[in-house]
Design a binder for this molecule. Structure first.
Ligand SMILES: Cc1cc2nc3c(=O)[nH]c(=O)nc-3n(C[C@H](O)[C@H](O)[C@H](O)COP(=O)(O)O)c2cc1C
Length: 440
């Protein structure tokens, strides 16, 4: 559905020296030694809030990917996107430095119990004054399963069934304290009103919890729910729960089809299209002129290690690309097609790129993500086109180089989008949910 209002911007973050571009960490302007420094997260939070971003969220995984060649060497050895600090430590630091920016954590429904999830996300919502978001993931990698006592990752259907169950349980826990249950009246000696605090009594097929939650109701009641699964089952899950969906289509047309499909599913789930925003990820290289931007992109390209790209894509696609490419080169049919443990959005993006570029699979999986390179006006043209043609409600922006990309977005791109009336000049609301509902 074509649209004309204001777009949403969310920053994709990692507790690593940069966030998504293979080799970006080698750029001389990306600091390497501040990942554990609170000042880094304060600076980042202020930068994003100064640019009126809706939110920033940390991507995260619970293990070091080892699918490529069956070992961790190329992924961690060449600077893959591991989380080098638990993001739940960084988020309250960011909350303390800001007052409007939404703050998101990626937490797995497969490897966490609902009580833990409800309590830590409720706590983040409390300390941030209603700005918490949860990027709900089911996890995909066997190396993660093996860190939690399982031999392999449960299959996708089981993971999403548990995900539904965990979210039902969390919802009951978050609702276990009514508004006003915390009285804190010194005079009367009433601290809390037990009549307004209820058990959760959730007994599901995968998880059970009695409740009530030990912490009071948070400003948003529950965090804003984000989701990035794009298999049919993942989209059903999003249609039921998500308020913000993160997708990575390779083309505008693929984005339009994805968003239309999600809108249909939302309708079937009794929800409206505006109840769930679709944001697509865009990796940017901005320059004051086209030539500066092109030079920057070429320099970044020179930092890429193809082995790291293959190792990253192996973990995202759920297949050892070393074995697959060697089998293909030898003309063997034998190697099984990608299993069901990959990230569907990445598998789709690869297929779309092969078709759009008319290049081979082997070439596609060796290349890093496409970079959108240009001046603020040129990039704003692309964003405006995707946005107004209904491919998305906004964008998730990873830093190709940290913090340079976000600084350039704040200095060059956001003013251009504001000038076009496509992005807020100030926050309309206090909580993240208010700002998603009213982009200003
Ligand atoms: C753009 C994007 C970002 C994602 N980020 C993460 C992440 O940080 N951590 C994680 O465990 N899973 C992440 N995922 C995985 C999904 O949330 C989901 O659990 C997984 O893709 C399996 O579902 P699917 O097959 O329906 O896509 C991401 C997926 C996409 C498409």
């Amino acid at each position: 559905m074509p649209q004309r209002s204001k777009m949403h911007l969310v920053a994709y973050m990692r507790t690593n020296s940069t966030a998504s571009y293979a080799g970006g960490w080698r750029h001389p302007s990306a600091p390497l030694d501040d990942v554990w420094s609170p000042e880094r997260y304060q600076y980042l939070a202020r930068l994003l809030e100064g640019a009126c971003f809706d939110a920033g969220f940390f991507a995260d995984n619970l293990g070091l990917p080892d699918l490529y060649k069956g070992r961790i060497d190329d992924y961690i050895g060449r600077g893959g996107q591991a989380s080098l600090l638990d993001p739940m430590i960084a988020l309250p630091i960011m909350a303390a430095a800001t007052s409007r920016l939404g703050l998101g954590a990626t937490l797995s429904t497969t490897f966490n119990e609902p009580y833990h999830l409800a309590r830590s996300l409720g706590s983040l919502d409390l300390v941030s004054g209603g700005r918490a978001a949860w990027n709900v993931v089911t996890s995909t990698m066997d190396c993660e399963a093996q860190n939690f006592g399982l031999a392999a990752m449960p299959d996708k259907a089981t993971r999403y069934a548990r995900g539904d169950d965990v979210l039902e349980a969390c919802t009951r826990l978050w609702d276990s304290w009514e508004e006003g249950a915390l009285v804190m009246d010194r005079e009367s000696g009433v601290f809390a009103d037990p009549a307004r605090i209820h058990p959760a009594n959730h007994a599901g097929p995968h998880v059970s919890t009695r409740g009530p939650l030990g912490i009071p109701r948070s400003p948003q009641g529950r965090p804003v729910l984000m989701q990035a699964g794009s298999s049919p089952r993942g989209r059903e899950f999003a249609a039921r729960w998500a308020e913000l969906v993160f997708a990575s289509p390779a083309t505008r047309e693929a984005g339009i089809a994805f968003r239309a499909d999600l809108h249909e599913r939302l309708g079937r789930a009794g929800r409206r299209p505006e109840d769930c925003k679709v944001l697509v990820s865009l990796s940017l290289v901005l320059g004051e002129t086209e030539a500066i931007a092109r030079d920057r992109a070429a320099y970044l390209d020179s930092l890429v290690a193809p082995e790291l790209v293959l190792a990253s894509n192996s973990s995202l696609m759920g297949i050892d690309l070393d074995a697959k490419l060697r089998a293909e080169a030898a003309g063997e049919e034998a190697l099984a097609e990608v299993g069901n443990q990959g990230v569907q959005g990445t598998l789709d993006r690869m297929t779309q790129t092969v078709a759009a570029r008319k290049q081979s699979f082997a070439e596609t999986v060796r290349r890093p993500r496409d970079l959108f390179t240009g001046t603020a006006a040129g990039i704003a043209d692309v964003m405006e086109d995707w946005f107004t043609s209904g491919a998305c409600d906004g964008f998730v922006l990873p830093p190709t180089v940290y913090p340079q990309t976000f600084e350039d977005v704040a200095r060059l791109l956001v003013p251009e989008l504001q000038k076009r009336g496509l992005f807020r000049r100030e926050y309309a609301g206090r909580t993240l949910r208010e700002n998603l509902a009213n982009p200003g």
